[in-house]
Structure formats: C-alpha cells, structure tokens
Design a protein around this ligand. Structure first.
Ligand code: NAP
Length: 308
C-alpha cells in the first residue's frame, strides 16, 4: 500500500510504499482510510514535539479519520499513540475508539470537523455545566475550532457570543456564524460580563484579557469559567495572582486526558449528525494523499483533509 512516511522529524512526510497493516488482537480492525485531517495535534505528533510522541521513526502520521471497515461500515476513528496513523491507504484501528457513522455522511467533512468541533462540544458538555442564557467569549475565534465554538456555544444555550481574534477581516465573517459581537484582543475590555471563556490562544493574549474580563463582571462572586483548550499564542501564560483572588475565576482544561476517552466517544455520534445536517460550518480542503509533501507546508485557513 501507499502511505505518508516521516523519516526525520524536521522534514515533511514522503508519499511512498509502506508495509500492509496487521491487526494484533480481537479489538483491532484493518480498515480502508477514506479521509484524514491535518490537525495541529497531528503536526505536533509528527514533528516529535507532542508529549505523547514515541520518538520512533519511520512514522505514518494521522491521529484520526473516516475509515471503512471490512463490513462496509463507515466509522470515525481516533487512533492511540502509534507509528501507523491514518495518512495511508489502510491502517489499524481499535474499534473501541471508533463510532459507526450515520448514513449519508461526507467523509471529508467529518474528517475536517471532528477534531476542531469536538474541542468546544466536549468542553461545554463534559467539563462544565453550561447554563441557558450565559454569555460566552471565544478567544481565537477566527480559526477552525473557534468558528465552530461560536456555533456550538449557541447550540448549547449561550445567549450572547463574543468572538475575539487578531485579524479584523476574519472577524468580520463571524457574525454570519452567530457571533453577536466581535473584538480584537486589544479591545477585550469591550467584552462585558462574560460567564464562560473558550480559549484557543493562551499565552500573553489570554493573560492580558483576564483582569479586564473580571473587572467587567457585574457580580464578581459569580463564576467566570475559563476553558483552556488550545495554546496558539504560547504554551504558558503569566496569570496574574490577583485574577484568582479578586473574582471567582476558575480555569478548567479540556482535552484528551482531562476528558476520558469514553466521554469523547459518547459525544461523537451527535456531533457527526450535526455536521452531516450542515448545522456546523466546516471549511475543508480535500487533497490527494500523494500530494502530502507539498500540502504539509501550505498556508491555508481551511482544514486540509487527505484522501488516499
Ligand atoms: N483540547 C482539545 O480538545 C483541542 C481539540 C482541537 C484543537 N485544539 C487546539 O486548539 C487550537 C486551535 O485549533 P484550530 O484547529 O482552530 O487551529 P486553526 O484553524 O489553525 O486556528 C488557529 C487560531 O489561532 C489564532 N492564532 C494563531 N496564532 C496566534 C497568536 N500568536 N496569537 C493569537 N492568535 C493566534 C488564529 O488567528 P488568525 O485567524 O488571526 O490566524 C486562529 O484563530 C490549537 O492549539 C489546537 O491544538 C485543542
């Protein structure tokens, strides 16, 4: 078969022949890959920088995707740490880490959407108790996950969603997705009385936003829940200690590890239905897997989805 193969952590993968996959126990299935997204986590695992990276080469990247099993069923599968990912004609999945997809799904749309969409879907459903009518701020709202977070927060009862980003042109597109207000990071003091922050940036922009957001709280005793999900602006943030003392700020992380795999899996079918019904706006760019080396470094706002 063919696969995208990484032989050095500082170079893009190369499309080439690779040995056929083999299932090792009764939970494993050899499956045909239909579509697999190039997510941030995929890149981090592929360049060896992610904490779960095994450091072993050669490596076929791809941490999730839409596959067809030997019974013809389409599944969305998330792979555990492995050197044989989804950027291949065929791979091995653990069927316990997969869900059978409803009829009529578009594999490319699902492969593009599941990772960014589940970030806010799972956080709002499994890490906090979201109340109807709350006010939500999305930091990093112009990205794939942030755009979906606007729509998903509304779906789960947010009355008012403020979208924050650094690019005015990209921010201008967000009211069409349901954002009630848009602000740049420098205008964060305009985001009044927010109950929940969905944070994809962290680093300096998040740390700088804390005091203005807490000061703008009508009741400082009411919780402001900060969902830490991504770290596009930096892996660490200098959180002011006064932010934690002077108001009821609670910082809650959400991701693989802080949310059990079982909880992720339970949420996936409903998310797949929402994507299939077009209830979540997905920006996907379908790319043949044979073009993996060129696409690896391409600048695009759309989520690249490799199709073998
Ligand atoms: N924990 C989870 O469950 C989970 C799941 C999925 C994703 N994530 C994480 O969420 C983050 C976003 O993922 P994504 O798929 O939405 O990525 P994306 O589509 O590439 O979007 C990145 C976003 O971050 C912004 N950004 C990038 N660098 C920035 C900087 N230096 N300062 C401020 N903003 C910056 C971008 O703004 P511009 O539009 O201006 O470029 C854009 O809004 C990543 O860190 C990813 O690993 C976490």
């Amino acid at each position: 078969m063919h696969a995208a193969v990484i032989t050095a952590f500082d170079a893009p993968p190369v499309y080439r022949h690779h040995p056929e996959p083999v299932a090792n126990d009764e939970n494993e299935l050899v499956v045909e890959v239909l579509a697999a997204g190039l997510h941030h986590l995929t890149r981090a695992k592929a360049n060896g920088s992610h904490y779960s990276s095994t450091g072993a080469l050669p490596l076929v990247p791809g941490m999730d995707g839409v596959v067809r099993d030997r019974f013809g069923k389409l599944r969305y599968a998330a792979l555990d740490d492995t050197n044989l990912g989804t950027f291949a004609d065929r791979t091995v999945i653990d069927q316990r880490r997969s869900v059978v997809l409803p009829d009529g799904v578009d594999p490319v749309q699902i492969a593009a959407a599941m990772n960014p969409a589940m970030s806010s879907w799972v956080a709002l459903r499994r890490r906090i108790t979201m109340e109807q009518g709350q006010r939500v701020l999305v930091l990093g709202a112009t990205g794939n996950a942030g755009r979906m977070a606007i729509q998903i927060a509304k779906r789960f009862g947010a009355a008012h969603v403020i979208a924050a980003g650094r690019d005015n042109v990209r921010l201008a597109a967000l009211p069409a997705l349901g954002a009630d207000e848009t602000v740049t990071f420098d205008q964060i003091d305009r985001a009044a009385d927010v109950d929940v922050v969905i944070d994809y940036v962290w680093g300096e922009p998040s740390a700088r936003a804390m005091i203005p957001l807490l000061t703008a709280r009508a009741d400082r005793g009411a919780p402001l829940t900060w969902l830490q999900i991504g770290s596009m602006a930096g892996p660490t943030a200098p959180v002011p200690s006064v932010a934690l003392r002077s108001a009821r700020l609670q910082i809650v992380g959400s991701g693989i590890g802080s949310v059990p795999a079982r909880d992720f899996l339970e949420e996936l079918p409903a998310l797949a239905v929402a994507v299939t019904r077009g209830e979540i706006d997905v920006r996907a760019r379908r790319v043949p897997l044979a073009q993996v080396s060129e696409a690896w470094t391409a600048e695009t706002e759309d989520r690249i989805v490799f199709v073998p």
